[in-house]
Design a protein around this ligand. Structure first.
Ligand SMILES: CC(C)(COP(=O)(O)OP(=O)(O)OC[C@H]1O[C@@H](n2cnc3c(N)ncnc32)[C@H](O)[C@@H]1OP(=O)(O)O)[C@@H](O)C(=O)NCCC(=O)NCCS
Length: 127
């Protein structure tokens, strides 16, 4: 299974062209977790850019998915830890994640366990 196909597990489009664009983009980082046979089991993407009002760089976790058979084994936490390390190397001043779907109790519990807090900000999306 190509790494991008993991996204289909959460109903996200797994378009190979967008994946190629993502991995070759200068302001994106992609980390893939693999099982002992090198089969992809998890994926995290981080995008970053300068923000004037921050006076520095902000980053977002755009995707974080672990394949169902490998959940609750620490893979998601390790992927997130490595993305956070990368963000620190990039001197990121703000690191955020927006859930793909509604915020479930499970996803909330995961991010709290990984050192993130729910942000008190409004998000608006163009209709
Ligand atoms: C969220 C997700 C990435 C977590 O990955 P994971 O590898 O299963 O998570 P971990 O095993 O590293 O969990 C680390 C800790 O988070 C918490 N946690 C993780 N999943 C949880 C769940 N379903 N319910 C409650 N707590 C949970 C636990 O404290 C866990 O530690 P523990 O297993 O020792 O109790 C995975 O469930 C997933 O891919 N979900 C679908 C996509 C998604 O919602 N992504 C996040 C938003 S972009």
């Amino acid at each position: 299974m190509p790494a991008v196909a993991i996204l289909s597990e959460v109903g996200a489009p797994s378009d190979p062209h967008t994946f190629t664009w993502t991995i070759s983009h200068p302001e994106m980082e992609v980390l893939i977790a693999a099982d002992p046979l090198d089969k992809p089991i998890g994926l995290i993407t981080l995008s970053h850019r300068p923000i004037l009002k921050l006076g520095g760089r902000a980053a977002s976790i755009d995707e974080l998915v672990v394949t169902k058979a490998w959940r609750r084994k620490g893979v998601g936490k390790e992927l997130l830890r490595r993305a956070v390390e990368r963000a620190k190397v990039l001197s990121v001043k703000r690191l955020e994640v927006q859930t793909f779907g509604p915020l479930t109790d499970e996803v909330r519990a995961f991010f709290l366990a990984c050192g993130f807090d729910a942000a008190d900000v409004g998000t608006f999306r163009l209709r």
